[in-house]
Design a protein around this ligand. Structure first.
Ligand SMILES: [Zn+2]
Length: 252
């Protein structure tokens, strides 16, 4: 039965991933999300339902628009597949536990951030607020008043710490070092992780980002690299691993 649910979550993930493409591409441009029909970005042709099947439409059309033959970015099926896989991993990791809900929220947040931060260097506030509220509701329902307020306090603590790091970074580099979205993302880190594990997510994000930034240093003159996706993946990894504070301390 577990295998059945894993496949089911994978398929749900594909569908949700296709929605996160839409959210991540439209929110930063203040475009309508739900009622506006999907269309080809080049020829503006409205896409039919059979052109919107996650991953499969892309494969069937060999990655091209059926009307103008413009190449469709590999980014779209990548986000769909990634969401499908991570939804499946979430179910495999947590089963029917409330941590499953939290991890699905985190995966969703990560995917939207990936789309919007990589394409527009923006993490939309509305997405962060929506995710925070959902996480807090889950925390208050399943962990009670005490657990809910602990998560809230932990989120605020990490927000303040990251804010101070940003101010120091701005002073040191004489330019904007971290985006406001990155600071707000640490609030979410604190909501789902123990505050000390949450602090570790900053380090983990830097470790993951290091090889990528070295590559960018050679290929991209501007050296502009969104940090949001790295923080989000670090939070997700730590959440999956359920690392507790004693494991972190034993590493130091
Ligand atoms: Zn087209």
């Amino acid at each position: 039965m577990t295998g059945f649910y894993i496949v089911l979550f994978f398929l749900f993930g594909l569908i949700f991933g296709s929605f996160y493409n839409v959210v991540g591409f439209r929110l930063p441009k203040d475009e309508e999300i739900v009622f506006e029909k999907s269309h080809c970005p080049k020829c503006k042709h409205t896409l039919q339902w059979y052109e919107l099947i996650p991953v499969f439409s892309f494969l069937l059309q060999k990655g091209k628009c059926r009307y103008c033959h413009e190449k469709i970015s590999l980014f779209y099926p990548f986000i769909e597949l990634g969401t499908g896989l991570l939804f499946a991993v979430s179910f495999y990791s947590f089963g029917f536990h409330y941590d499953l809900i939290l991890s699905l929220i985190l995966v969703s947040l990560f995917m939207v951030i990936l789309v919007s931060d990589l394409n527009f260097l923006i993490i939309p506030d509305s997405v962060l607020i929506f995710a925070s509220v959902l996480i807090l509701i889950v925390k208050f329902i399943f962990e009670g008043i005490k657990g809910g307020f602990f998560a809230l306090g932990s989120g605020l603590l990490l927000f303040v710490i990251m804010y101070i790091i940003m101010l120091l970074g701005n002073l040191a580099f004489k330019k904007e070092s971290l985006g406001g979205g990155d600071v707000k993302l640490m609030f979410i880190s604190g909501l789902v992780l123990h505050p000390l594990v949450g602090i570790f997510s900053i380090f983990l994000a830097s470790i993951i980002a290091l090889p990528v930034s070295l590559v960018l240093l050679y290929t991209n003159k501007d050296h502009i690299m969104p940090f949001g996706p790295f923080i989000a993946i670090a939070i997700l990894v730590l959440f999956y691993m359920k690392i507790d504070i004693y494991q972190i301390l034993s590493l130091l």
